[in-house]
Design a protein. Structure first.
Lengths: 302, 359
């Protein structure tokens, strides 16, 4: 497990122990890993890093409303079949439904791969319930039934990661077939570490202020709370603008980088003077920025 | 079976007692998982078991508590083990021994009851007429119900089981390839999107109730754009833009709480916002029906609203009270035009209301 931790860190993924344990067990038990959590906390990134550390291919299936087996599993190359029929007068049905005319979609591609690949089924909650039920056979038996040719069984079981933002509840049948991992927003220290890894040129003071700000903001009732991805984007933007610390004007100008909703921006703007004041205080008194969250909570209640 | 496996099995049993439905497959997974980890490291042991048996965020919270109770406090574990070992040895025991075991299990049962008879979530679920408390877990649950409803209604495409071959479109799109047909076209039915208009009475008697219901409507409106929200007392207020930006408390504070004139308000709504109503629109009126306005005007407005909309849902906070009868002057007049008379006063009724809209 320590090996996984090391490799994840080498690839720039700073996680916690429960993440490493879940990934380790998913590999050992050859079970899919269902990852849930708020948007932007690094769910999809786990699959990407996993592919990198195993030097293997990442096959991604992005789920959406109306996704069906023709787009996820396989389809017949109808045009090619038609041309083949025109060119050859003597054709038997078996030849027409052979692998030559089969269009492999991500799931079949992952199952028939000659080595262990990483299969990412991203945002499964966006797909319809019918598709979720259809996945059950694949995730439990690692096989796919194609009516025209028969059953295809996996040569190598792919490392499978499913992610969900909990837009709709997933079925118990799907959950039972997976190991489960919940990823929450990181703690102050963890977020600081992530920021310093992803934006190495950032100064520690600014990074600390950014993390303190974001941590305090996450306690507010917002339509979309900023994730780690937004924190990194914000840090990059501030670094590009050569900011050494957070100033009210620059924060106000860059709110659109962190908040993706007008109502959220308005709400944050209303508490911005308080927040900036608290940041300035912590800066003057050299108090740890972790306290910002508590200070903000007190200020808001007052 | 060694001692550790016994503990593990008992722990799964204990999880089931706590309401975590652990299946046999998950138990087997957990047993396999512990073979791959260092079980002396409690944190790793905890993570491994949690990954295998707790499959939702809420279940992880239950698991966390159960894990600490079982493996850390040790009381539950020791008593459980003692019970099971006495059960194994008890075949040849004397009657005295059996009595002692029976007493012990009774004690254990009583202790378990006293430990777990209170559930905060259960009490929240059935609490009526919510006060404007800043309960985060409650807010989160309300938001979750609203989001689930929004996401189920937002899907205007429904994959039809009998996806039909669209011959007309196929022929039209393949004319240039004549006589071959290169592109096949299929069609599926589209689900008509539900529209919702909420009219909420803000008189003083509705204060607490409104706070609870509007929390749901605000969360719902943030995710689902087909919601129009209005408040009314002696006049009508369009709060649709505010649902996107402000919190419930601020909106309610900005509106006076004096008197109710439902008839006049409904007429004002129909005159000004007639264009919002269609046959896919549900009109939700939230009021206790205590009104001093013109009843004839109200009847006329209700008739028109019913005629042009999909249906009228009336949410009366008192309708959940046993023996409730709509006997107020206003409710008697409105009753023939109401499709559903209900109440949304707790989480269960809120879920019921969501299901009604999904229908």
């Amino acid at each position: 497990m320590q090996e996984i931790q090391q490799k994840f860190c080498q690839e720039g993924y700073i996680g916690n122990r429960s993440i490493y344990t879940s990934v380790f067990l998913a590999q050992k038990l050859q079970k899919p890993l269902l990852i849930e959590g708020p948007p932007g906390v690094g769910k999809t990134e786990i699959a990407k890093v996993l592919a990198k550390i195993h030097h293997t291919q990442l096959i991604r299936l992005q789920c959406y409303e109306g996704l069906d087996s023709y787009n996820a599993l396989y389809d017949w190359n109808y045009q090619k079949q038609l041309l083949y029929l025109k060119a050859n007068s003597d054709v038997n049905e078996e030849r027409l439904y052979s692998e030559d005319f089969l269009l492999k979609r991500p799931l079949l591609h992952a199952i028939t791969s000659s080595k262990n690949v990483v299969l990412l089924i991203d945002e499964i909650d966006r797909a319809d319930e019918e598709f979720e039920s259809f996945l059950l056979e694949i995730l439990s038996d690692w096989q796919i039934s194609i009516p025209e040719t028969g059953t295809v069984t996996a040569q190598h079981i792919p490392y499978t990661i499913l992610t969900s933002n909990r837009k709709r509840p997933l079925s118990n049948a799907l959950r039972r077939r997976c190991l489960y991992l919940w990823i929450d927003y990181p703690s102050f220290d963890k977020e600081l570490e992530i920021l310093q890894t992803h934006v190495p040129q950032i100064n520690t003071k600014l990074a600390g202020e950014i993390c303190g700000f974001v941590q305090a903001i996450r306690d507010m009732s917002l339509a979309k709370r900023p994730g780690v991805a937004e924190t990194i984007d914000w840090a990059m933007s501030l670094t590009l603008l050569n900011a050494s610390h957070l100033e009210p004007q620059i924060v106000d100008e860059l709110l659109g980088v962190v908040f993706k909703n007008n109502s959220d921006i308005e709400q944050v703007k209303s508490v911005l003077p308080d927040l900036m004041e608290q940041i300035a205080k912590t800066r003057e008194h050299k108090e740890p920025l972790q306290k910002l969250r508590t200070l903000m909570a007190i200020a808001t209640n007052e | 079976m060694n001692n550790f496996n016994k503990h593990l099995t008992q722990f799964f049993h204990y999880l089931k007692q706590q309401g975590l439905a652990v299946s046999i497959a998950e138990e087997i997974d957990a047993c396999h998982a512990v073979m791959h980890i260092d079980i002396l490291n409690r944190q790793t042991f905890y993570d491994a078991l949690r990954t295998c048996v707790a499959k939702t965020y809420e279940h992880q919270q239950i698991f966390r508590q159960a894990f600490y109770e079982y493996w850390y406090s040790g009381v539950v574990r020791q008593e459980g083990l003692a019970n099971s070992s006495s059960g194994e040895k008890g075949k040849g025991h004397s009657q005295k021994g059996e009595e002692a075991t029976h007493q012990k299990s009774q004690k254990n049962g009583a202790r378990m009851q006293s430990m777990f008879s209170y559930s905060p979530l259960h009490s929240i679920k059935h609490k009526q007429h919510f006060l404007p408390v800043a309960d985060k877990s409650l807010q989160r649950t309300i938001e979750q119900i609203a989001w689930q409803l929004a996401s189920s209604l937002d899907r205007n495409y429904r994959r039809s089981k009998n996806k039909r071959f669209d011959l007309r479109n196929t022929i039209r799109k393949n004319r240039k390839y004549h006589p071959d047909i290169l592109h096949l076209h299929f069609c599926a039915k589209k689900k008509r999107k539900l529209k919702l208009i909420v009219l909420c009475d803000t008189s003083h008697s509705m204060k607490d109730y409104n706070y609870f219901f509007l929390q749901f409507i605000f969360a719902f409106a943030r995710r689902y754009k087909e919601v129009k929200s209005f408040l009314f007392n002696t006049q009508l207020y369009d709060i649709t833009p505010q649902t996107q930006q402000q919190n419930v408390r601020n909106v309610l504070l900005s509106v006076s709480q004096s008197g109710t004139r439902i008839g006049e308000s409904l007429r004002a709504f129909f005159t000004k916002y007639r264009h919002l109503i269609s046959k896919s629109t549900y009109i939700v009126i939230v009021s206790d029906g205590w009104d001093r306005g013109d009843v004839n005007l109200m009847e006329h407005s209700m008739e028109k609203l019913q005629h042009y909309s999909k249906g009228i849902i009336w949410l009366n906070p008192w309708s959940a009270t046993p023996g409730f009868e709509p006997t107020t002057r206003c409710m008697k007049v409105a009753k023939p035009y109401i499709e559903v008379l209900s109440s949304v006063h707790d989480l269960d009724s809120l879920k019921k209301f969501s299901r009604l809209l999904c229908r």
